[in-house]
Every structure is written in C-alpha cells, then in structure tokens.
Design a protein around this ligand. Structure first.
Ligand SMILES: O=P(O)(O)OC[C@@]1(O)O[C@H](CO)[C@@H](O)[C@@H]1O
Length: 382
C-alpha cells in the first residue's frame, strides 16, 4: 500500500495537528523555563513559537541548509508547518529549536542539550530505583521467562511498570494489551551473531533497552550488539551517545543485579561487543525506505534489527494512513534484513493488525487506541 496518504497536520482535531498546535508550544515553554538562557536564545525561542504556529517553514540560515535541502527542504520552505508532511515538519521543528538555543554554536551554549534536565529527572526518579531493584528478583524465574520479561520491559519502555514486568511471570497484563504479538517469531531469530537496536528514548526507556541487550549478550543469544542512537537531541527525549553513557553509569552506580548489568555493559563497550553508532540519518525527516546506502549496509550486516518506539515505527513503515490490516512484511519489504518493531501506539500509523482486532479496537475506543499509548505491539519480519 505504498500510495496510502502521507500524514499531514492540517486537520484541526487530529493527533498530528495537536502535536504542532499544542505540544510544540508547550515544549518551547518548558525548555525556556529549564535554562537561564540569555536574551538571544529567548528571542529565538519566542520567534520559533510564533513561526511554528502561525508562520511558514523558513531556511535555517546555516550550513545545515544543504543537508536539509537533500532531505526535501526545497519542497517545504514557504509552506505552513501544518501543510508539510507531519514527519517532516515535526523533525524540522526540533532542528530549529536546537538552532534557537545555540546547540550547534559557536558560543557558550554549543552542545548543551536543552532536554537534558528532563532526561536526568527521569533517570534519577524513585520509579527508576524501584525498577532496578526489581531486577534482583529476576533470577528466580526460568531463563526464558527472564528474557520475555526483559523484552516486555523494553517494549513498554518509559510509560511502563518495568518492576511489574520483571516480577510477574509471563507478563500477562502486558501480553493482554498487545494488539499484535510476534513474540515467538522474535525469539526464533535468536541466537544470532549481530543484533542492532535502533534506540528511542533516553532515561526510563533506554535503561530496559540496555538490560535486554545485556541479557542477550550475557546469555549468548547474540555475540555482539550495535546500539543506533541520535546524533543530537531530538523529539525531546531521544537517546544520544551522552544519554547512553548516563544510563550505563546509572546502572553501574546502582545496587545488586542492576550494577552487575551495568558493569557487563561497560565491559562490552570497551571490548567492542556493544557498539554505539550515531548516523546523521537518525535525525532525518524521512522514512527509512529512503536511507542512504552506507546505513542500509549496516542494517544488512545485522541478523536482527529492533526498531524501538513510535517515531522509529513511523519511519520504518512510512508515516502514512495505511489500512491497519496492511501486512507489516509488505511495508518493510525494502528493509535489508530481519526486522522487529517494539512500540506502544502513540500516533495514527498502524499496520499488521487482524481485521477482528481492528474492529474490536474501533468499537471499544473509536480512534483513540491509535494514539493513547495504552496499547503496544511486537511485529517481526524474518
Ligand atoms: O518515539 P516515541 O518516543 O515512542 O514517541 C514519540 C511521540 O511521542 O512523538 C510523536 C509525536 O510528537 C509521535 O511519534 C509519538 O507520539
């Protein structure tokens, strides 16, 4: 279904419109309050607030315009943010926000992540303490159950109660809320040599992603792992290399089993069995079907690639309004190797549902099930 309509944010009341009209202004205000920025940054943030809600897409006025031109900027400049493809305008918003706060420099604010206070607050939260403490109970379960619990912990990520998942045998509640569950197909792809994990959020999502990765490495289910992160702060909490370091240090500094996992991850990084990669395309406003050849080759070298989270799902399958029963294998046929999506449903895009599941969700919730984050999926194309 490659001709399904691309999602655009021009319909008031739609999820996409709400992101541009309400979520982005709220984010600008939160960033403004999180740092004692100087007048230049504050003026630029105010200008972005006005432009992004009432104005049109404009060039950055930096060297990066060339890169964005290659990513389609010529078609979008001059258009209302609401009329460009949702994925494009949303991604560009983050790039302009980084420009506004001086992230790319030159100057004193160069390299200062405007989302870092939010990421650190999550990492330091009592919920994270509880989730890490729950790891101590994991060895009471058979190894297969441990692996399943860690997979579900990673799936439910930062909105989930990892503590429950780690202590509940078989994670019945989580499994009950899956709208598609290719869990068996996932495990059938292991053991394998190389796992690639395309990370999503830092903090309370990255921690369970790392714990899953550690488990797979430690128990020989994969020989090496590659963690693909963003080259720069993006979509508020998306993980960068600095966030991986913060998360591993958080684990190392914890008690009990969490510290053990942290130390193994640290060693795996120093030995090259766990590699961090940050490709510029990680922050592109485009679907992965349009990835450059060298990134395609990296994915082709993996035996299994996991795409985490909602944004990565949008980019993996394409940010389009597909009929929900469109096969996952059909829209990921371009991908150069076995691929899995672990995602809670937080935007309109969905494929791979049974007709009966779609009908039941529509009947119970209208369209809300697509965006509420209350449902999740595991989808695999071997
Ligand atoms: O990728 P994530 O962290 O799971 O979710 C990102 C998200 O919150 O942001 C986008 C809307 O701004 C949607 O893709 C989704 O709702």
């Amino acid at each position: 279904m490659p001709d399904a309509p691309v999602i655009v944010a021009d319909v008031p009341g739609s999820f996409a419109h709400g992101v541009l009209a309400a979520r982005h202004p709220a984010l600008i205000r939160a960033v403004r309050e999180a740092f004692p920025y100087g007048p230049a940054q504050l003026r630029a943030l105010d200008a972005l607030l006005t432009a992004a809600t009432e104005g049109v897409i404009a060039p950055l006025g930096t060297e990066d315009d060339e890169r964005w031109a290659a990513w389609g900027a010529r078609d979008q400049v001059g258009r209302s943010w609401f009329e460009a493809p949702f994925l494009w305008s949303e991604s560009y918003f983050y790039r302009v926000l980084l420009e506004a706060v001086g992230y790319f420099g030159p100057g004193a604010w160069q390299g200062v992540d405007p989302f870092r206070p939010f990421k650190l607050a999550e990492l330091d939260s009592p919920e994270t303490d509880e989730e890490l403490a729950a790891l101590d109970r994991l060895p009471e379960q058979p190894l297969d159950e441990q692996a399943r619990a860690l997979l579900h912990g990673s799936l439910w990520g930062n909105r989930a109660d990892l503590g429950f998942r780690l202590s509940a045998t078989g994670s019945p509640t989580a499994a009950g809320r899956l709208v598609a569950d290719d869990g068996e197909a996932f495990w059938s792809l292991l053991p394998a040599d190389t796992l690639c994990l395309v990370a999503d959020n830092a903090g309370r999502e990255l921690i369970p992603d790392l714990l899953l990765t550690d488990h797979l490495l430690h128990h020989g289910r994969v020989r090496r792992a590659v963690l693909q992160v963003k080259t720069h702060p993006y979509y508020i909490s998306d993980a960068t290399t600095a966030d991986v370091v913060d998360a591993v240090r958080r684990l190392v500094g914890a008690q009990g089993a969490a510290a053990g996992a942290g130390e193994r991850l640290w060693t795996a990084m120093t030995e090259g069995r766990l590699q961090i990669r940050a490709h510029p395309f990680s922050c592109a406003p485009l679907p992965y079907a349009e990835m450059p050849d060298e990134l395609r080759a990296e994915f082709a070298a993996a035996d299994l690639t996991i795409f985490k989270g909602d944004l990565n799902y949008r980019r993996l399958v394409g940010d389009r309004l597909y009929p929900p029963t469109t096969p996952f294998a059909e829209v990921t046929a371009y991908f150069p190797g076995p691929v899995a999506a672990l995602r809670t449903l937080k935007s309109d895009v969905i494929v791979g549902l049974d007709a009966s599941m779609e009908a039941a969700l529509d009947a119970a919730e209208g369209r809300r099930w697509r965006t509420s984050g209350a449902h999740a999926l595991i989808q695999v194309r071997a």
